[in-house]
Design a protein around this ligand. Structure first.
Ligand code: PMV
Length: 327
């Protein structure tokens, strides 16, 4: 059978997904909105063959745990079931950034795996169907498949919980300046952490406010209005972290450098530069700004004690195949 290699970007959520209606099918409690990140990608090569006696999964340059291998083989089983084929696969994966640090490696990883595996086993699925399948592997992975800016419709059942692009990557040349403040794997994964959402006294409040924010964020992106977009995404990130911090047990993902970067963003705004932060399930901070301000913001952030590295991202294409393979 043919060998397929797919590159998929990580994505940054502007309106966050935190909490599920169904754990088994990863159906979220709320819609979410994201942008694909050009500087943080996973490349995955998949080949199925009747000559293989089991799945062979490797990460180039990184170790992989038994738990991760199991999650990947379970996902390959879903692909095999849909294709009605009982053949094993060889899978080789490479990340352009460290795993498990809140840079959404599971999003790019499961997006690349799903697109590569479905094509390698010769399944002809629509983009919508592929996003549904990727979502079952890792929720936010569905948003890394469409082009540019994605809208994940929460839906009520598996078949209507999918992602689509609402504007392409070429729509708006903004930046996500990712300040890496830690490369340690996080202790509590987002999957585990969000299982406890209902123990926070604020979760329903947050979910109730989301439909209105989804509309406002889309409008801000369509109008290319950085100040409106920035203020909504900052508010949503803080709201999600409030829920996390008030869960039982409390979930604190920030560290001291996270707070220093947030203060640095406020200081930039006080000087008149439109810069806004957002933070996923980890300590690293994403700063959203226009391309005009990229240089000045990067320079300011380099000066902050504890910032280990900076990755500058632009909106980019979703998961797509390439012709050079990893094996
Ligand atoms: O899909 P997961 O399990 O990687 O969860 C993603 C959760 C957040 O990154 C915190 C928010 C989001 O919408 O990406």
């Amino acid at each position: 059978m043919i060998k397929i290699t797919v590159v998929a970007p990580a994505n940054i959520a502007f309106i966050k997904y935190w909490g599920k209606r169904s754990e088994k099918f990863r159906i979220p409690l709320n819609d979410s909105i994201s942008m694909n990140l050009s500087g943080a990608a996973t490349t995955t090569t998949v080949e199925f063959s009747s000559a293989f006696e089991k799945d062979d999964i490797t990460f180039s340059g990184e170790t992989i745990s038994e738990k991760e291998i199991e999650r990947i083989t379970t996902h390959l089983d879903r692909v095999r079931r849909i294709a009605h084929k009982k053949i094993y696969a060889r899978v080789v994966t490479k990340n352009s950034f460290p795993k498990g640090t809140g840079i959404a490696s599971s999003a790019s990883g499961f997006a690349a795996l799903t697109v590569a595996a479905t094509q390698a086993i010769d399944l002809r699925l629509s983009e919508k169907a592929v996003t549904i399948l990727a979502r079952i592997g890792s929720g936010s992975a569905c948003r890394s498949i469409p082009d540019g800016f994605s809208w994940w419709h929460a839906g009520k059942k598996s078949s209507d919980s999918y992602a689509e692009s609402f504007v392409p990557s070429t729509w708006w040349d903004i930046r996500d300046i990712l300040c890496v403040v830690s490369t340690e794997a996080k202790k509590i994964s987002s999957t585990e952490g969000m299982e406890n959402i209902r123990t926070s006294p604020y979760w329903q409040e947050r979910i109730l406010g989301i439909p209105e924010k989804i509309g406002r964020v889309q409008q801000a992106i369509k109008e290319r209005n950085i100040n409106t977009l920035g203020s909504i995404i900052e508010e949503d990130a803080i709201s999600m972290h409030c829920v996390m911090m008030t869960q039982k047990p409390p979930l604190f993902y920030w560290n001291d450098t996270t707070l220093r970067v947030m203060e640095g963003v406020y200081a930039l705004r006080a000087k008149g530069f439109p810069a806004y932060f957002t933070i996923d399930a980890g300590p690293n901070v994403h700063i959203i700004c226009r391309s005009e301000e990229e240089q000045i913001i990067v320079e300011e952030m380099k000066r902050i004690n504890g910032v280990q590295s900076i990755i500058v991202n632009e909106p980019c294409l979703g998961a797509h195949s390439i012709s050079s393979h990893l094996f």
